[in-house]
Write a protein that binds this ligand. Structure first.
Ligand SMILES: [Cu+2]
Length: 278
């Protein structure tokens, strides 16, 4: 059985390396057809992930190789008796200092990314000054509150605020900030394509910033088990050029404040396009 164990322990590092190599072709890598993250910060987070993956892969393959070698030697020298060793200071120092140094390197290396993502002092100033929208998570949907065109988002809802459900529009190529809240229980604002994830907690308003660098429609899902309908708490984030985003806000204003009144009147008088402009 000695050599059987060798094969067993050899199988895992080989399987790990082969699956990593195959990952991009079989869809085991990052979401969205293994595409690059749709935000610059996301690309940096991915780089960090790959560095950690390489470090852990080297350690895993290395330790498994030593284990397999020891088992193989033992299986070939059945007559040799095991000798008891009571500690080895040199070895213990080596296997304490090397992992310690690696962890320290990772802890320092990731500091900038963490600071840019999570420390308010480093948030992009333009985004902080004019938050894009308030995002409210509730059982089981996402609600968005935008300020009226040309106005700033206020802490309390205003009569001319614009609302949408399960569809957030965002201009691309510039950092935006959303104020995240929860109406009931704990939820999590998760944008896999942008590598953004932040818990929404009842009673707290949490600013979250991100910068989408590719237009498109991305999933926004809840990543915190929040009740029976958690599975359907899915929304879309539509990243579009600034002018299309402005058009969207105009249409939303039209729909919310004029449709049903303005449109009917406009249709009757044949000045529909004029009413849309208002
Ligand atoms: Cu949920």
């Amino acid at each position: 059985m000695g050599k059987g164990w060798c094969l067993f322990f050899l199988f895992w590092p080989v399987a790990a390396v082969v699956s990593c190599a195959m990952a991009p072709w079989v869809g085991w890598s990052f979401p969205y057809d293994n595409a690059q993250a749709a935000s610059n910060l996301g690309i940096r987070i991915d780089e960090l992930f790959y560095i950690i993956l390489v470090v852990t892969a080297i350690v895993f393959v290395g330790t498994q190789a030593v284990l397999v070698y020891a088992l193989w030697r033992g299986a070939n020298n059945r007559d040799q008796r095991a000798s008891n060793v009571h500690g080895n200071h040199k070895l213990e120092l080596i296997w304490s200092i090397i992992p310690g140094a690696i962890l320290l390197f990772l802890a320092i290396y990731q500091m900038n990314i963490w600071a840019d993502f999570r420390i308010k002092k480093y948030y992009p100033e333009a985004a902080v000054k004019a938050p894009l929208a308030e995002v409210t998570a509730r059982q089981f949907e996402w609600r968005f509150r935008y300020p009226a065109i040309g106005k700033k988002l206020q802490q309390k809802p205003q009569p001319d605020d614009l609302y949408s459900v399960n569809e957030l529009h965002v201009p691309f190529g510039k950092p935006v900030l959303i104020q995240l809240r929860s109406d009931d229980v704990q939820h999590s604002f998760f944008l896999p394509a942008l590598r953004i994830k932040q818990d929404a907690l009842p009673g707290l308003q949490i600013p979250v910033w991100f910068e989408a660098n590719k237009p498109g429609t991305y999933d926004l899902v809840c990543a915190e088990l929040c009740g029976w309908g958690h599975y359907k708490m899915k929304a879309h984030v539509i990243v579009q050029p600034e002018d299309e985003y402005q058009t969207y806000l105009k249409n939303l204003t039209q729909k919310q404040f004029y449709d049903g009144l303005g449109t009917i009147a406009a249709k009757e008088t044949g000045t529909e396009s004029e009413a849309v402009e208002k």
